[in-house]
Design a protein around this ligand. Sequence first.
Ligand SMILES: Nc1ncnc2c1ncn2[C@@H]1O[C@H](COP(=O)(O)OP(=O)(O)OP(=O)(O)O)[C@@H](O)[C@H]1O
Ligand SMILES: [Mg+2]
Length: 243
Amino acid sequence: MNKVKNRILVLSGKGGVGKTTVAVNLALSLALSGKKTGILDADIHGPNVPKMLGLEDEKIKSKGNFMLPIEHKSKLKVISLGFLINEKDSVIWRGPMKHNLIKQFVDNVDWEELDYLIIDFPPGTGDEQISAAQLIGKITGAVIVSTPQKVAILDSVRTIDFCRKMNIPLIGIIENMSGGIFGKGTIAKIADENNIPFLGCLILDKEIAESGDNGKPFISDNSLSSDSFKAITNKILGACKNG
Ligand SMILES: Nc1ncnc2c1ncn2[C@@H]1O[C@H](COP(=O)(O)OP(=O)(O)OP(=O)(O)O)[C@@H](O)[C@H]1O
Ligand SMILES: [Mg+2]
């Protein structure tokens, strides 16, 4: 992993807010713009990255002691527990086993040279996240994803606090599923109050949900959401000094 220039975590305190959606679209957007990019799925209980990229039937091969990441047609390199287990298997592992797997994803994957590695975190700010963050090494920064409701906001404030206590630089926060039943505009305020950059909004959009289910990230469409997301991506890139 020492040939990886920028390591970006995507995280949230609350589950189901769109971390994997953001991580996959960010990684693909970078790969499509010609940057050497990888995505590491650090969610062991819900490894959804392969499904969202349409790679769920792929299996990992190895070369010597190293696993070879699966290559998406965009050249994006992908590693996930999803490539090593059956889709319907649950993973009933305690902390040390999860720690070891993430360690292998960091140390025993042939990532080669990468401009960006996007790391999709499981929800929360507990043992698993502490362990994963420590294994990643030098982290460029964290992108926090939140939905606009009050319950999500509280978890996001805790996630900001988690990053500060762990000395993880904060790239900023995204308001996902903005508009409609969840409300909108609350996350920009939270960003301001907590002195972190606001990266932008992604609306609650049926096409985004379908794109995840179909394994075709929405960033490749010419939609309003892909335009908003490109603006978000540019802000994230602006925060990476090793681009
Ligand atoms: N802006 C959006 N509009 C509509 N649906 C969305 C949007 N963002 C994400 N989704 C959908 O919401 C569901 C949850 O998203 P996702 O899996 O990315 O969340 P997550 O934070 O990674 O969840 P987990 O905490 O379980 O890892 C998915 O079905 C996804 O397609
Ligand atoms: Mg996820």
